[in-house]
Design a binder for this molecule. Structure first.
Ligand code: MG
Length: 389
């Protein structure tokens, strides 16, 4: 049977790798639709290769260019366009690989239309994990994680009743064994040089501060319905063990593999089948030689601790955490603040946050907007001036 798939964010890091997987799985998938922001040259190449019936782009201008170029193509744009693509019930699965909050509403739309989700968008679960997982259960929809850690847990977790805890591994990023003072004043170039994974800029900075791991703990809590007390993080610089599950009888089942996103992407979109797509080298324990593990240093990486605390406190704390972090990371990438100031700013915002219990989707977006505005103000008034002084 040919599986019908839509990819949201097809020109991004996960999207392009997903299309590489589909190329190798020729005949098994039909691309129903693609979405991209403004990278029209790359999207055009993808249209010519994968022949989607519809595409969604970031603006009306981009849509006009494509409508003129491809007469038979249906082109939509903006947030409404994404929601439109996710309402198409002919899809078997939608890969949500856009980054940021724009992924949330389209994902919910797909779930309500009984379409399985391959989820590569962090914000969906960090901002609205309770709502998304409840809707998925009500509609009998599979949420298949694409992130390597959650994919690993999904592969290892076959007996929920026997579970003791989840063990999430973290590479530790480029500053793992660097002095904290050196980390705090790191340049963009240093912070963007991730030792193991090649990813988008926002997630690479989050990996350098370990915020990314904190967000992954929150996602794991929602995806697998496991209490925060039973989710452990461990630093594993080689990124070979992608995560593990510990059972009550003391058995630990881990998923291993070379660090390639092709594997978790293919696992998610092909689930429950396992097929050969992109050929990987056979896994060679002897060649890997040494695998090391260490406790995360919560003092050096305060955002990891803060993220887990926000998750435990629930309410709208994780909405605040996510919005403040994103604005602070952008400010760092704009050269307005130092890397060390990201955690100061996010802590400040979380400390002063007035949490709303069980927020609905509209409240979540309102809180997100408010926190972003306040974070920008805080950066302008306090941090930008300090950096310039
Ligand atoms: Mg990850």
């Amino acid at each position: 049977m040919v599986k019908k798939i839509t990819i949201l964010g097809s020109t991004g890091s996960i999207g392009t790798q997903a299309l590489q997987v589909l190329e190798k799985l020729e005949g098994k998938f039909e691309v129903v639709a693609l979405s991209a922001g403004h990278n029209i040259p790359l999207l055009s190449e993808q249209i010519e290769k994968f022949h989607p019936k519809r595409v969604c782009v970031g603006s009306q201008e981009c849509a006009c260019i494509l409508t003129t170029k491809y007469k038979d193509l249906e082109v939509v744009y903006g947030d409404e366009g994404l929601i439109d693509l996710c309402s198409d019930k002919s899809n078997d699965i939608i890969l949500v690989a856009v980054s940021g909050k724009i992924g949330l509403k389209p994902t919910l739309t797909a779930i309500k239309n009984h379409i399985d989700i391959a989820l590569a968008n962090k914000e969906t679960l960090v901002m609205a994990g309770d709502i998304v997982m409840r809707e998925a259960a009500m509609n009998g929809v599979n949420i298949l994680p694409v992130d390597s850690e959650h994919s690993a847990i999904h592969q290892c977790l076959n007996n929920k009743a026997g579970l003791r805890r989840l063990i999430i591994t973290a590479s530790g990023g480029p500053f793992l064994h660097k002095h904290v003072a050196e980390m705090k004043k790191a340049t963009q170039e240093q912070a963007l040089a991730h030792p193991r994974w090649n990813m988008g800029k926002k997630i690479t900075i989050d990996s350098a501060t370990l915020m990314n791991k904190g967000l992954e703990v929150i996602e794991a809590h929602h995806l697998f319905n496991v209490d925060y007390e039973n989710i452990k993080t461990v630093i594993h610089p080689q990124s070979v063990v992608h995560s593990a599950v510990e059972y009550k009888d003391g058995s630990v089942i881990a998923q291993l593999g070379l660090p390639s996103m092709h594997i978790p992407i293919q696992y998610a979109i092909c689930y429950p089948e396992r097929i050969e797509g992109i050929k990987t080298d056979s896994f060679d324990f002897a060649k890997i030689g040494t695998m090391t593990f260490e406790e995360p240093d919560f003092n050096k990486f305060p955002l990891l601790k803060l993220a887990i605390e926000c998750g435990k406190k629930s309410g709208s704390y994780t909405v605040c955490l996510n919005a403040a972090d994103e604005e602070a990371v952008y400010a760092f990438l704009d050269g307005k603040i130092s890397l060390g100031e990201i955690s100061d700013i996010v802590s400040d915002m979380v400390q002063h946050h007035k949490s709303v219990a069980n927020p609905d989707i509209d409240e979540i977006f309102e809180i997100d907007k408010m926190v972003r505005e306040e974070t920008k103000r805080l950066i302008e008034n306090k941090y930008s001036k300090r950096s310039k002084a």
